[in-house]
Design a protein around this ligand. Structure first.
Ligand code: B12
Length: 340
């Protein structure tokens, strides 16, 4: 679960300020659950990394959502084990045809540094290694026909969710890493996400339940252009029996409000990956919450940790942790229905 960015180290008081968790609670969690377990200076001061700060925020949020600290810790530790498992599998798979001397990427690390609801692998990852390699190869070659060809092959590999979780999502994350490392150009990244994005959109159409299913309205916050993570979340909701209506990127609170009034969804999902300005998102969050009119709201995405302090005391679900746990929290909230 370690981040790729060089971790800064914080003393306990700083962590307390950043997370709103008192130092005594941080020490108690460490004593009782061994989590998080900071490094120590020579004079025995605790030093927490960025990753640990993020995990503490998640732990706090889970506790506020009703989980006992011991359960919340278990959940976060499970995520870590799963990520390490995925890491070793993915490293073995090495998702590229080309040997890049600068490619430090580790799919699971990048994936896990966001708030992910990707499911526990129950299938053999290795079986998709060639396909992912081929997709990355076509992207490196900037060959649209080959890319289309392998993207179509991917569509034949199994259920929509399996294809998304085990082929498209890891490739998208690899693309992000290689773009970040200067290996892929913006043009290569755009072409790849266009072709893969179209396939994902098609997949979604095919797997939607019928009109009798509950409906969830999905949108990205203002200034948010990352649509594919929102689509990724849609596969979870479909698997949980929901019909998804996707409003898409860059949805202002007013547009959400109008859609809610018109469509009367059973639930609403908001996605935050890396919007134009997190400050802007923070300012608008109360308006989004109001726009939901008491209908169950779930907020997720790689960037949600950046605004989690504003979400924590609200009647909404923050999508931290494993899909099973998020599902349980979400269903419990949906069962309460609309609240005035
Ligand atoms: C494609 C892409 C783009 C495309 C988006 C195209 C599209 N139609 O989506 C474009 C070119 C627009 C883009 C732009 C930018 N991007 Co970009 N992008 C990506 C990339 C490569 C893939 C995104 C993706 O589809 N991921 C796959 C899914 C599966 O990821 P996921 O987040 O894990 O999604 C799951 C969960 O988050 C969760 N989830 C998500 N939403 C929700 C909602 C709910 C309700 C729930 C329950 C769950 C949930 O479920 C999903 C499925 O399991 C990522 C790399 C990456 N690591 O993701 C970078 C990445 C997200 N981008 C990044 C950046 C920096 C940018 C830009 C700022 C670049 C720039 N300088 O302009 C802009 C910002 C634009 C904006 N204002 O939004 C960074 C973000 C870094 C950070 N720490 O915040 C990343 C991580 C790349 C990197 N490695 O640096 N990007």
């Amino acid at each position: 679960m370690e981040s790729l960015v060089t971790d800064s180290l914080y003393r306990i008081q700083a962590v307390s300020k950043l997370t709103g968790v008192p130092p005594a609670t941080l020490r108690a969690w460490e004593r009782r659950y061994g989590f998080p377990s900071p490094e120590r200076t020579e004079s025995s001061y605790r030093l927490y990394s960025n990753t640990q700060v993020r995990l503490i925020k998640q732990l706090k949020a889970l506790c506020q959502q009703g989980l006992a600290p011991s359960e919340a810790v278990k959940l976060l530790k499970n995520d870590k084990t799963r990520d390490e498992h995925r890491s070793s599998l993915e490293q073995a798979a090495s998702v590229t045809n080309h040997k890049h001397p600068h490619n430090k990427s580790n799919l699971s690390t990048v994936q896990s540094s966001g708030v992910s609801t990707t499911s526990v692998p129950t299938i053999d990852y290795e079986q998709f290694t060639d396909l992912r390699n081929n997709l990355m190869g076509a992207i490196h070659r900037f060959d649209p026909i080959l890319l289309e060809h392998y993207t179509r092959s991917a569509l034949l590999q199994g259920s929509a969710k399996l294809i998304f979780d085990h082929i498209f999502a890891p490739v998208l994350i690899q693309i992000g890493q290689e773009w970040h490392d200067g290996i892929l150009s913006i043009a290569q990244e755009h072409l790849a996400t266009e072709v893969i994005g179209n396939a994902i959109r098609d997949l979604l159409r095919f797997v939607q339940p019928d009109r009798s299913a509950k409906q969830i309205l999905l949108a990205c916050v203002s200034g948010e252009l990352h649509l594919l993570p929102l689509y990724g979340s849609a596969f979870h909701f479909i698997q949980w029996g929901y019909r998804v209506t996707v409003l898409g990127v860059n949805t202002p609170p007013e547009a959400l409000k109008q859609s809610v009034l018109r469509l009367k969804p059973d639930a609403i999902g908001l996605s935050i990956t890396c919007p134009k300005s997190f400050e802007g998102t923070r300012e608008q969050l109360p308006k989004y919450i109001q726009a939901c009119k008491g209908i169950p709201l779930i907020v997720g995405g790689y960037g949600v940790a950046q605004v989690s302090d504003l979400l924590e005391n609200q009647d909404l679900i923050i999508a931290y942790g494993s899909p099973q746990d998020v599902k349980a929290l979400f269903e419990a909230r949906v069962a309460r229905g609309t609240v005035s």
